[in-house]
Design a protein around this ligand. Structure first.
Ligand code: NAD
Length: 356
């Protein structure tokens, strides 16, 4: 029996997480035994307990085998002091749980090929995974600051820094993920200019010696940004550092054009993870039964694959989503002539029915 922390959060979070919970409960029919325990997070937790990540929620997240997270944030919390803001809950969870590996698949379902701004032949059948290191790099490196400069003005400075151990552990996640997919890993760096990247490339290459079944390639980040638009299907798994990954994963998500469809995972060293849709709390459509729950349902599928090691159940959920799309059901964000418009709850029910 796996214990799952369910953290719905704010805005559309509770609506979309409720659909993923329906799907997870329905998997009980297929032998997947889960104990689902819900707790407040974000603005909802601030309202209830004065803290976006109350100790009880953090304890639950620590004790669970995996966390399913909705989304946090709403305009009415924007004036709070920074430590009380809903977004802090996510940053603290990542830090407290050591979630260093961020996985973002970008998949284009055949039925949604027209949602992309790129030509259908460029994106149709796209299925790539961007793996971003999440806890190191120039975002956390010391020293950093703004100080007096030699010319009498000021200068800002940050430090790009990666240890061998940090590179090695993210590389392993990359090779392991590639093994579960198309067995190709592209490591993205800027080794022609940066010392950090030179070490990155050396260490990734050394780790690769232990994975002879995975084809490793290297690419400079500027070229990778271009190749993602020119021919994104050349990639299987991309592994890269925090800053390059920040930029490339957003670029890759837009290849699909459908923010309501994209799941993500953030994993620790033992494969425990936090799973969430890449979109935010969408306050503009919250509570209206308009939100697309599929990114959250697909996040639950990633949870089954990466933290619960149940590939069959993950594939079953993904197949159910494909079936529902093939039947022409669409939430408002993806609705077009010739398709049937459904609400958040109906979409969840349809996926449950399609599980078989
Ligand atoms: P957003 O992702 O919430 O919304 C952007 C646009 O996409 C909106 O028009 C929204 O209606 C639409 N959208 C998003 N998810 C959708 C879905 N599932 N179905 C249909 N349409 C969907 O980004 P934003 O508007 O910049 O931010 C809103 C709030 O979310 C802010 O408070 C922000 O801080 C927060 N946020 C939270 C997270 C997180 O919890 N991980 C991530 C990003 C933003």
């Amino acid at each position: 029996m796996h214990k799952i922390a369910i953290l719905p959060g704010d805005g559309i979070g509770p609506e979309i997480v409720a659909q993923a919970v329906k799907v997870l409960r329905a998997l009980g029919r297929h032998g997947v035994a889960l104990e689902l325990v819900e707790a407040p997070v974000g603005g909802a937790a601030y309202d209830a307990a004065g803290d976006p990540l109350p100790a009880t929620t953090l304890d639950l997240a620590r004790a669970a085998d995996a966390i399913l997270f909705g989304s946090v944030g709403a305009p009415r919390y924007d004036a709070l002091p920074r430590p009380k803001r809903p977004e802090q809950a996510l940053l603290r969870l990542r830090k407290e749980l050591g979630l260093f590996a961020n996985l973002r698949p970008a998949t284009v379902h055949p039925e949604l090929v027209n949602a992309s701004t790129l030509r259908p032949e460029v994106v149709s059948g796209l299925d790539i995974l961007i793996l971003r290191e999440l806890t190191g790099d120039i975002y956390f490196g010391q020293p950093r600051g703004i100080r007096a400069a030699a010319d009498g003005g000021r200068e800002g400075f940050d430090t790009m820094r990666y240890t061998e151990a940090e590179i090695e552990r993210i590389a392993r996640v990359g090779f392991d993920a590639a093994r579960k997919r198309g067995r190709r890993l592209c490591s993205v760096d800027k080794a022609n200019v940066l010392e950090t990247s030179q070490l990155w490339r050396e260490v990734v290459t050394a780790v690769g010696a232990g994975y002879p079944d995975v084809a490793l390639s290297h690419m400079y980040v500027d070229n990778a940004a271009m190749q993602l638009l020119r021919d994104p299907k050349q990639f299987d798994v991309i592994v890269t550092g925090n800053m390059f990954g920040d930029i490339l994963s957003d670029e890759a998500s837009m290849l699909t054009g459908s923010i309501g469809m994209l799941p993500s995972a953030s994993l620790d060293e033992r494969g425990k993870g936090l799973y969430e849709p890449i979109h935010g709390s969408a306050p503009d459509i919250a509570g209206k039964n308009l939100a697309n729950p599929l990114a959250t349902i697909l996040s639950a599928a990633m949870m089954l694959r990466y933290s619960l090691d149940n590939e069959a159940a993950a594939a079953r959920v993904e197949a159910a989503v494909r079936k529902v799309l093939a039947r022409g059901l669409r939430t408002a964000d993806l609705h077009e002539p010739g398709t049937e418009r459904v609400g958040t709850g109906e979409m969840g029910d349809a996926v449950v029915a399609a599980l078989g």
